[in-house]
Design a protein around this ligand. Sequence first.
Ligand code: MYA
Length: 581
Amino acid sequence: MTRRGRLRPMSDTSFMKSMFHGVISEELIFPYPRMGTEEAENCRLMVDTVRRFLDDKVDAAKIDEDHEIPEEVLEGLKELGLFGLQIPEEHGGLGLSNTAYSRVGEEVAGHDGSVAVTLGAHQSIGLKGILLFGTDAQKEQYLPTLATGEKVAAFALTEPSTGSDAANIKTKAELSEDGEHYILNGSKLWITNGGFADVFTVFARMASEDDNKPRITAFIVEREMGVKNGPPEKKLGICGSSTTSIYLDDVRVPKENVLGEVGRGFKVAMGVLNNGRLGLASGCLGMCKRLIALAIERIGERKAFNKTLGEFGMIKDKIAGMLARTYALESMTYLTCGMMDRGVDDYSLESAICKVYGSETLWWVVNETLQIAAGIGYMKEYPYERMLRDARINLIFEGTNEILRAFIALSGFQGPGNELKEVAKALRDPIKGFGLLRDFATKKVRNAVSQEKMARVHPLLSREAVVLEENVAHLSRHVENTLRKHGRDIMLKQFVQKRVADVSIDLYATAACLSRATQAIEKHGTEGAWRHLEYTRVFVEGARRRLAANVAMFEDNDDELRKATAVRTYADAKYALDLLD
Ligand code: MYA
């Protein structure tokens, strides 16, 4: 039982999973996480040093045009320790927390997307498996050279016929006759750092020894074991980063290089991606901040009709939106980093939300900034179009936003779904299941007469807190009704999944803003925290309207019409109307 006597959900370490049960677990988001004084000071020093290096040495336009990062830039990044940010000091890295790593990542991505992606692919995902799942021997063997950048890492999951459906990879691993090696065969597609990485985290499917079921296993594979790569892909953006196919033809990998347990590679992949998605969110945040600075500079200097652009209402509207959305992104990103740093196990839903919200916020901010810049925004000699091209990939890689919306909704549905299953079982044997049925009935009665009330939000934000409270109640009622109506078929209901994911994203963003702004008011007073208050209010007002629209569509929507229209048009194979017909 909780503080107010409500039932705890089955999974009570994930703030978002609790929300699907109608519970706002304030203790998981209050107080808003803060770095200790010493860590903050070290991080500031690091950020200042990195910024100076980027300003002096990294020419983003040239990297984009030459399609490569100059060797001296890579060397400089290595000297600064930027290849080993999160690797523990005992293995030669800087041992940064997730929070500090993300803050440094912001700085890099704000300056250059190609450099950010190269560093991100190396450490957000390339070597992350070794950090999270490696044995002591594997860490000792690989981390020191990865920390200095002497060796570079890459993450090899995606295949020519398998992108989102990661469990369906075809690359094969077979145990050698002497039982000492696994022999890998297959190919991987769109591997960032593929052209020069030395150490790959490779996922392959194998026949498990005991039950003969095909299972995925993760391997640490060195280039020298026989990995080959294809030519560099020609891309829309992040042109200075290396993206290639890689080929594994009878690559012999010592059995000591299995990462995690044999047959448990899918869990390794998901664990790495859950963690890595935060790096992407902080990269998007860094780009948003840079774009806001560019937009504000532009509207101050450019005049039209005898006014600066900044004086026009339509421009003010864009700027307020950019600030509020970027604030929400920053608040959710560092709220989630804080959870990870204090050892919360399950942050999979929160990090997927940060990835989706981060990439879509960036896409909106970059588009609006280019619009404000107007003609020059479209021209190659200015940074806007490059930043627009660089930003676009974030909606696709590390899990497309569509598959992640499905993931957010379905993993949220899982807890209440299991609870309903347990209740159904208890109903079949009410004597044994009496306790569970009584708790469930108590919860139902409480939910019907009251909704969660937030106790820790600052009173100045009580209107905004009500938006969260009311919509959490709407979400959990909808989840239960939907599960009763569709059962397991919810897996197939993507219109429902999308709406539930969109509601979840707005709720997490609202919760993060409330927690952070409360802390700022408590620390700096109303005057000192005016930005937090205003950005929160602008964000939550927008969220309130989107939530109302989505909640209304829980019952009243045109899903069936849209499905039918799409399917009928597939038969036409094109837009089949023409004025001339
Ligand atoms: S790397 C490639 C990225 N690829 C993906 O992200 C793949 C996306 N697909 C998936 O995530 C999964 O396949 C999905 C599940 C989610 C679709 N955490 O039956 P299931 C468990 C923990 O639902 P599926 C790249 O792009 C689940 O509970 N567990 O699975 C590089 C269940 O467990 P159990 C999870 O339907 C880019 C089991 O797995 C998770 O097959 C370079 C099966 O579940 C999870 N998340 O599919 C980036 N999901 O059996 C550089 C599932 O116990 C970045 N499970 O019940 C640099 C950034 C810098 C910024 C740049 C600025 C320019």
